[in-house]
Design a protein around this ligand. Structure first.
Ligand SMILES: Nc1ncnc2c1ncn2[C@@H]1O[C@H](COP(=O)(O)OP(=O)(O)OP(=O)(O)O)[C@@H](O)[C@H]1O
Ligand SMILES: Cc1ncsc1CCO
Ligand SMILES: [Mg+2]
Length: 246
């Protein structure tokens, strides 16, 4: 029998650590889902900051515990601020995750995503179409989300089977997961355990939320309510964290 990695008990413990430590997460988030992402980080127990100002990014990243970079609304100014933020995060040992949103729509965005991947992110997360183009990421954890989330590093493969189809009907649940994963990475050095736990927490929260929502519109606030209220026991009872072989 293979032992699930991380166990549901470990996932519950990492969530509790987030709630105790209240990590600061700086987000270079697309303009579409800034509020939703900030709310997701807040209700799970972290403290978000969102500025994209070139003059201020050094101070914000220095004060943050982790960084999330999202390419959803990329322009020339954002490219500059992202590269500076990454430099500061790397120099100060802060973990960061990149979400290559819509890299499948634009060759220049794909090239920028690939450039970022050479700069040592802890994690690259995208949806199926995006990660198909990104391919392997030998020096980072690769996460492809969807009905089942697939996570891998050089030696381990994990899948998270939780979630609900309404997650795909609310814009930004993937972007939000980047913020939540960053909060979990801030308190757990093993980034694969952190990310698997974060996705189990969002997936189980979505299931609990869907049971009292009527559709995607009422699901969105119910999801934030569930992320706020979820207990360690909910995770132990409902998380489906599975090892993948090979
Ligand atoms: N059909 C589904 N069933 C269960 N969970 C799902 C389903 N589709 C997506 N999810 C969950 O929704 C979240 C977002 O995944 P998705 O792959 O849709 O990201 P995305 O396309 O990058 O989203 P966005 O760009 O809108 O932020 C993940 O946590 C994933 O597990
Ligand atoms: C729809 C959309 N466009 C740019 S970012 C974003 C949010 C989800 O990826
Ligand atoms: Mg996305």
């Amino acid at each position: 029998m293979t032992i699930p990695f991380p166990t549901t008990t470990q996932a519950a413990e990492i969530l509790e650590k987030v709630r105790q430590a209240r990590p600061r997460v700086h987000c270079l988030m697309n303009t579409v889902v800034q509020k939703f992402t900030a709310d997701g980080i807040t209700v799970v127990g972290g403290i978000p900051s969102m500025t994209t100002s070139l003059e201020e990014i050094e101070s914000f990243v220095t004060k943050a515990d982790a960084l999330t970079i999202n390419l959803g609304t990329l322009d020339a100014e954002r490219r500059k601020v992202i590269l500076l933020a990454v430099k500061i995060a790397n120099a100060s040992g802060k973990p960061w995750i990149v979400d290559p949103v819509h890299c499948d729509y634009s060759p220049s965005r794909l090239a920028f995503a690939r450039e970022l991947i050479t700069l040592s992110p802890a994690i690259v997360r995208g949806n199926r179409a995006e990660m198909r183009l990104i391919g392997e990421v030998p020096d980072a954890i690769r996460i492809e989300t969807g009905p089942v989330d697939h996570l891998s590093d050089a030696t381990r493969r994990v899948r998270i089977v939780n979630g609900h189809p309404w997650m795909a009907k609310v814009t930004g649940t993937g972007c939000l997961s980047g913020g939540v994963i960053a909060a979990f990475m801030a308190v757990e050095r093993d980034a694969l355990a952190a990310a698997a736990s974060a996705l189990a927490v969002t997936g189980v929260s979505a299931e609990l939320a869907a049971s009292c929502a009527r559709g995607p519109g009422t699901f969105e606030p119910a999801f934030l309510d569930a992320l706020s209220a979820i207990t360690g026991e909910d995770i132990i009872n409902h998380a489906r964290i599975e090892n993948e072989q090979g």
